[in-house]
Write a protein that binds this ligand. Structure first.
Ligand code: ZN
Length: 406
């Protein structure tokens, strides 16, 4: 099932430059990663339009005030952000008078053409709720003792107690969780991929900025790799984690807008991803195996540079700021950071408004009030997601030049 979707992503992945793939560290350790991709289906053709590769997430203290780093570099999130840039590129092409195969501009709003479907492939179960039981079933005794003995911890900046850190207390199914899963890693304020993906079933993948100019875009099929035993059991975990728990907790509480629950069709694939942890371990023959340090993203319609490498939240590596308040120079920024997504979005409009507009201002405009209402419902009682860590407003108060304005 879903072979066309998986093949579209894996075939595109295999053509990427070698550096986008997990490699060999200087000490000889072999690296593995997770791959996620978005595929558009139209007229029987499956095109992979956006890819994310990565397993890293910056700790909460590294979130910049300038919006100029990508702090969540898990594959699913990179793929989602790459898809948003894909949409922005299509919109720019339309504005230039070119045709888009999948989008049309009508009365100031863009829309997906009739019959266009969006699918997602992920090479492993998403971190957080969807993978808790699977991980518990497949971990060794030492790991089991570590993760079951420690009581749940709240996120550092979160006052609610319903939020569980990483893989702590793994028997608590249905809980919202932060990244990462490692007990010894410093804490992040990013929610797990299971939690973020679940909200997309209601909010759509276009995000809050594009909600101003396009109707919600939902994922039709999610195909997951790396699960070869007890599939029935793990599939029901996925259904709960990626859809049902949100729908059940919000029953009757979603404002009546164009945003509706859209249940994705979830299934597993037999096709292995050659750089998954299990595949790399099976070839390692005693060599140490580690998660990849570098992350990557691919955008099909970025003709100049379809592939970008992201390390520590920046393009191609670790750089120092000139001053604590100075934004990173554009060369160092990933095209997926908030600042560059905002700049691309602003460039769509011939009259973008005053230059002191902040990311916060641009997001909070009338065109996306439905989106914000629905997001508000997701984050409020009785929603399961009422414990969601809300990004402090100060992290959204940067302008188009990356200057902080608070
Ligand atoms: Zn994840």
């Amino acid at each position: 099932m879903g072979v066309d979707i998986v093949d579209a992503v894996l075939n595109t992945y295999r053509k990427l430059p070698k550096r986008a793939h997990p490699g060999v560290r200087p000490n000889g350790s072999l690296e593995w990663s997770i791959l996620a991709g978005f595929v558009i289906e139209y007229n029987g053709i499956f095109e992979c339009v956006a890819i994310g590769i990565g397993v890293k997430c910056l700790s909460a203290i590294k979130i910049p005030l300038q919006g100029d780093m990508v702090h969540d570099c898990h594959a699913e999130i990179l793929a989602k952000r790459a898809f948003i840039r894909y949409l922005l590129n299509e919109m720019m092409n339309i504005n230039k008078g070119d045709q888009s195969r999948y989008l049309t501009l009508q009365e100031g709003k863009y829309r997906l053409n009739e019959g266009v479907k969006l699918h997602m492939y992920i090479s492993a179960l998403p971190c957080g709720d969807a993978s808790m039981i699977y991980t518990a079933d497949h971990q060794n005794d030492d790991e089991a003792a570590l993760y079951s003995a420690i009581p749940s911890l709240s996120g550092a900046s979160n006052e609610h107690t319903d939020l569980v850190r990483g893989r702590m207390n793994y028997s608590r199914v249905g809980a919202i969780r932060t990244k990462p899963g490692r007990a010894d890693a410093s804490s992040t304020s990013s929610l797990s991929c299971s939690d973020k993906l679940a909200t997309l079933c209601l909010l759509g993948v276009q995000g809050g900025l594009l909600a101003n100019i396009i109707d919600p875009i939902y994922i039709d099929k999610i195909i997951i790799g790396g699960v070869f035993d007890n599939r029935e059991k793990y599939l029901s975990e996925c259904h709960r984690a990626l859809y049902t728990r949100l729908e059940a907790s919000l029953s009757g509480c979603v404002p009546d807008t164009k945003y509706r629950f859209h249940k994705p069709d979830i299934s597993f694939t037999d096709t292995p991803y050659e750089h998954s942890k299990e595949q790399v371990e099976s070839r390692a023959a005693g060599v140490d195996v580690q998660p990849a340090i570098e992350c990557a993203n691919y955008i099909a319609n970025d003709i100049q540079k379809p592939t970008e490498i992201v390390v520590s939240g920046l393009k191609n590596g670790n750089f120092k700021r000139k001053g604590p308040d100075t934004p990173y120079f554009w060369k160092y920024r990933s095209r997926l950071c908030k600042l560059d997504i905002m700049r691309a979005y602003m460039s769509l409009n011939a009259n973008p408004g005053p230059s002191n507009l902040t990311y916060y201002d641009v997001k909070n405009t009338a065109g996306s009030s439905d989106y914000r209402q629905v997001k508000g419902a997701i984050r409020s009682h009785p929603s399961l997601f009422a414990g969601w860590i809300i990004t402090d407003k100060k992290y959204t108060m940067f302008d188009c030049e990356g200057n902080h304005r608070l």
